[in-house]
Design a protein around this ligand. Structure first.
Ligand code: UDX
Length: 429
């Protein structure tokens, strides 16, 4: 099949590379010419495990191309995926101006039937707007369909997730659109749920909101644990063994970040309020998420008393492991607050330092986890990269000025840390 992907960010690039790998002819488009130049040189603007190999393989066999021209991609393709950004406005509402602009450009360049698929996460009823926009700008008598096909890709395992989805959701209005998307997804042996467009749009927002709710719920329970000295890891395990609840997304810590949960939740709240619905439950999810960072800061103050003049080592900056993405990373608020309280910060992250440099001021960046420990008053864990689980703790203890570890992701065992001579703090244990 001939596919155009408009918007070559995380979602667009992974989707385009994977569709090409399945044998389709794909053109990935982006208005950022520097990004396209980089991609044409076989390099990636982001770090995502497995993606570079996939891009290089499929550009070599000419199934994957990159271009900055939407017009060319539209002309050469039958299916057009809209994967542009939908960033939040100050009031939480999703900014859909890029989606609108792309819909207009697609319409103006259509000379034969096209299936236009929204993959960007958008509020319910965006499909209707896309359809109306295309209808208005398309030349007469050119047929088209609009569909919704939300992605459920986690950064850090996006390539794996694309090839191994739990389900595929397609929201369509015609049999023709349904057949094209079912053919495209034929190689996947998973349930394909066919819905109307609005339901598909809601499935995406509701899924992310529910996952965020699960995280905030367990973080609230961690606050209970903290008060009565219970152990959130055990509580979490006990809850998760109930099949109706499930084990995943029950890890307590400094909260969720990234460019999906905070943004999607705010957009879901906004559209709900616009529809006259109550938003208390979802607002509380965001509030609890914020409170986790305050709890962590208080723990640092409890351990070090005055932060003025103290040197604090930070391990992990990205919003989660296996990505270099710093957007809405809890590390940003936490480090900024510690600096306001007078601390000097030295930090290390396996991938995110280049991006962190433009987002964090006056932070010294180290070249290894051990270099962060050297002469620091305490060590903080803000992202659970595997290499931090494997540290030589004897060496860490020797290098630290004081043997204090404050773990925002609960990666070490409290009893082992205690017997190794650390003063160890973690979330809800
Ligand atoms: C998410 C969704 O999972 C994915 O389906 C989607 O459509 C895009 O948004 P992503 O943001 O990449 O993916 O990461 P995810 O693994 O879902 O984690 C989100 C945040 O929640 C991270 O900051 C992570 O650290 C945090 N988290 C996750 C927890 O704090 N506890 C958990 O138990 C799980």
């Amino acid at each position: 099949m001939k596919i155009a992907i408009i918007g070559s960010g995380y979602v667009g690039l992974v989707t385009g590379a994977c569709f090409a790998d399945l044998g389709n002819e794909v053109i990935c488009v982006d208005h950022d010419q520097e990004k396209i130049k980089l991609l044409n040189k076989g390099k990636l603007p982001i770090y995502e495990p497995g993606l570079l190999e996939l891009v290089q393989k499929n550009t070599k066999n000419k199934r994957l191309k990159f271009s900055s021209l939407v017009s060319e991609a539209v002309k050469k393709s039958e299916i057009i995926f809209i994967c542009v950004g939908t960033p939040p406005r100050d009031n939480g509402e999703a900014d859909l101006s890029a989606v609108e602009a792309v819909a207009q450009t697609i319409a103006k360049n259509m000379t034969s039937y096209k299936l236009i698929v929204e993959k960007s996460t958008v509020p319910v009823e965006t499909g209707l707007q896309v359809k109306n926009t295309i209808q208005e700008f398309v030349k007469k008598n050119v047929a088209f369909d609009v569909a919704s096909n939300p992605e459920f890709l986690r950064e850090g395992s996006a390539v794996y997730d694309l090839f191994h989805p739990d389900r595929i959701v397609i929201g369509v209005e015609s049999k023709r659109a349904e057949k094209i998307l079912k053919d495209l997804y034929k190689p996947f042996k998973v349930p394909i749920l066919v819905t109307d467009i609005k339901s598909a749009e809601l499935i995406k927002h509701a899924s992310n909101s529910f996952l965020a709710l699960k995280i905030s719920f367990i973080n609230l329970v961690a606050q209970y644990c903290e008060k009565v000295q219970a152990d959130i890891s055990k509580v979490s395990e006990g809850i998760g063994l109930d099949k109706r609840i499930g084990k995943s997304f029950l890890n307590a810590g400094i909260g969720f970040g990234g460019f999906c949960f905070p943004k999607d939740l705010s957009a879901f709240i906004h559209i709900g309020e616009k529809l006259g619905l109550t938003s208390g439950l979802l607002r509380e999810v965001l509030d609890i998420n914020e409170s986790q960072k305050n709890i962590f800061i208080k723990m640092v103050e409890q351990a070090l008393w005055n932060l003025s003049g103290k040197k604090i080592g930070v391990l992990g900056l990205s919003f989660k492991p296996d990505t270099d993405d710093m957007r809405y990373a809890p590390s940003i608020d936490i480090i900024t607050r510690l600096q306001q309280l007078g601390a000097e910060i030295i930090a290390y992250d396996p991938q995110a330092i280049p991006k962190a440099k433009s987002m964090l001021k006056n932070v010294k960046f180290a070249s290894s986890a051990y270099a962060v420990c050297q002469n620091s008053d305490a060590l903080l864990i803000l992202t659970e990269w595997n290499e931090f689980r494997e540290l030589d703790l004897k060496k860490v203890k020797k290098m630290l000025k004081r043997p204090i570890v404050i773990d925002g992701r609960n990666i070490y065992s409290p009893s082992e840390m205690k017997s190794s001579g650390f003063k160890y703090y973690s979330m809800g244990r």
